[in-house]
Design a binder for this molecule. Structure first.
Ligand code: 0L1
Ligand code: MG
Length: 262
């Protein structure tokens, strides 16, 4: 740990205020190049705590940077996680106010809802399959607070892994009824196909991502409780959206999701 408690608190406010009031900030490693990954998660957890003190409910978790392509692009070998606040959640068919966001991008994901607790270390895919109540389709809207969506891994962790909004709904399924690796998605914007993908893009199998999250959380003595909603990571590349765009994502066996940026 390189940062003291006061600096953690200051940086938590720096990132969280930018998220709430949607403005761009300079990445924090510019000023604190020696900060550690532990510092970065301390900043994220402090911002989360501050939200909860103000009455915001934390409704789930997300994994980010789960594809080899994204990790390679950032020069890192590990994914990252973030939390989902109550106001991030939007219904299928939502009109999403783009003026409340900075430079949003959409990505297709599978959401898991747990029926049993998951606890690391040593959590593996078998534990995830038996602890999952159901899965359902989701579209994550990521929105880095950093200027031009440019950051390094420590800065993005502190910024809650670019979490912003998500749409979920569609058809829920028991996990044993789908082939999680070959599950295909087609993303259209304004009717045009912009992304195609298979869920194996997420660490070979999205359930692996959930196990990894449980193991990462165990380093802080945290667990994934029964009932937790988790975004497992992007199946497609993230695509920028602008005012007026209509997004449709069709998921094999899970129905489709729609949203419009207004
Ligand atoms: O959900 C994600 O994969 C995003 C993680 C943070 C990096 C980014 O904003 O691209
Ligand atoms: Mg994501």
């Amino acid at each position: 740990m390189a940062l003291d408690e006061k600096t953690i608190e200051t940086l938590a406010k720096y990132c969280e205020y930018a998220e709430v009031d949607n403005y761009e900030i300079t990445k924090i490693t510019d000023e604190y190049p020696n900060m550690t990954y532990e510092d970065a998660y301390n900043i994220q957890w402090k911002a989360r705590e501050n939200k909860e003190k103000r009455g915001t409910k934390i409704v789930g978790m997300k994994m980010g940077l789960t594809s080899q392509a994204k990790m390679k692009q950032m020069g890192v070998s590990n994914p990252c996680y973030g939390y989902l606040a109550d106001y991030f959640s939007l219904e299928d068919g939502a009109n999403i106010k783009i003026d409340e966001l900075i430079h949003p991008k959409v990505e297709a994901e599978i959401a898991f809802v747990l029926k049993h607790d998951l606890k690391g270390p040593g959590c593996h895919i078998g534990d995830v399959l038996s602890a999952t109540d159901f899965i359902l389709p989701a579209v994550e809207i990521i929105d880095s607070r950093y200027t031009n969506f440019k950051f390094d891994l420590k800065s993005v962790i502190a910024d809650n892994s670019s979490s912003s909004r998500y749409v979920s709904g569609g058809r829920m399924r028991k996990i044993q009824d789908v082939d999680l690796k070959t599950l295909g998605v087609v993303m259209r914007i304004n009717g045009e196909i912009v992304q195609l993908g298979a869920a194996a893009a997420v660490l070979g199998n999205p359930a692996t991502s959930i196990a990894m999250l449980a193991n990462m959380l165990s380093k802080r003595g945290e667990i994934l409780k029964a009932g937790t909603f988790i975004l497992s990571g992007a199946i497609t590349a993230a695509v920028s959206v602008k005012k007026g765009d209509s997004v449709n994502v069709a998921f094999q066996d899970l129905g489709s999701l729609n949203m419009r940026f207004v």
